[in-house]
Design a protein around this ligand. Structure first.
Ligand SMILES: [Zn+2]
Length: 253
């Protein structure tokens, strides 16, 4: 339990019900329809001003820069999804998005969202995210434990961009929960460059700095994780690490 240690700012909203009446078993991702940082989202008046009729809140906000803010403690119910029963069992997350259709989110926000979801699932013993895009499965968390605002109110939320990626989001989170990926791109890059430095040090005939090799590794690391050709992940899979290391071998042998 507790709250995520990934938060970079906190401003608790008075718009909440304490405590929640159901254990956490559902995730509801929303979009903000306007690009903001986490702190800017936490400071919005409809969140900071108590109002049983017009007030709103969520558990976490994710900013356009990847910042993460805490708005409602996980022990409490947020006022977020136009459904009391959903919000009593869900962790709700507002993700900074464009103001217009399809309400796209930045690379930084997407990566931070994945990191946050992994953390939420680990602490709340949610073994995997399940998404079928089926409104009829609301509350049947053994089959589907992600819900969307548009099922509970006449809204576009979470926007088509995030809605269409719910399956991909579940897949990426589940890979990390199962330990199928355990290195960030930065960690891989640092490791590879460390190995290269040793290789170069042991080869007197070779220049001290082999920029061709380094740029090859860096570009491989940068490309890794673009699952649909446009969106990066913050980590790489074992397969991608293998590809990067083979590229290095080609260069140094
Ligand atoms: Zn919403």
């Amino acid at each position: 339990m507790g709250n995520s240690s990934l938060v970079t700012c906190t401003r608790i909203s008075p718009n909440r019900t304490s405590p929640r009446n159901h254990k956490i078993d559902t995730i509801t991702i929303h979009c903000t329809a306007g690009q903001c940082t986490a702190q800017q989202l936490l400071n919005m008046s409809h969140i900071t001003t108590y109002s049983p009729t017009n007030g709103a809140s969520c558990h976490y906000v994710v900013g356009k820069d990847g910042s993460i803010g805490l708005c409602v403690p996980e022990t409490d119910r947020s006022w977020c999804s136009s459904s009391s029963s959903n919000d009593h069992r869900a962790i709700t997350i507002e993700v900074s998005s464009d103001a217009t259709h399809p309400y796209a989110v930045t690379d930084a926000a997407y990566s931070a969202l994945i990191d946050l979801l992994v953390d939420i699932c680990q602490r709340n013993h949610i073994p995997e995210l399940k998404w079928k895009g089926d409104k009829n499965l609301i509350g049947q968390t053994d089959q589907q434990n992600m819900t969307v605002h548009r099922w509970f109110a006449a809204k576009a939320c979470p926007g088509d961009w995030l809605y269409q990626r719910h399956g991909q989001i579940a897949t990426e989170v589940n890979q990390r929960l199962k330990g199928e990926v355990d290195m960030t791109k930065e960690e891989v890059k640092a490791l590879v460059l460390e190995v290269l430095a040793e290789v170069e040090a042991s080869r007197a005939a070779k220049p001290a700095s082999d920029w061709a090799v380094q740029s090859q590794v860096c570009s491989r690391a940068a490309q890794a994780g673009f699952t649909d050709g446009t969106r990066p992940r913050s980590y790489v899979t074992r397969e991608e690490v293998n590809t990067m290391l083979l590229a290095v071998l080609e260069q140094v042998t």
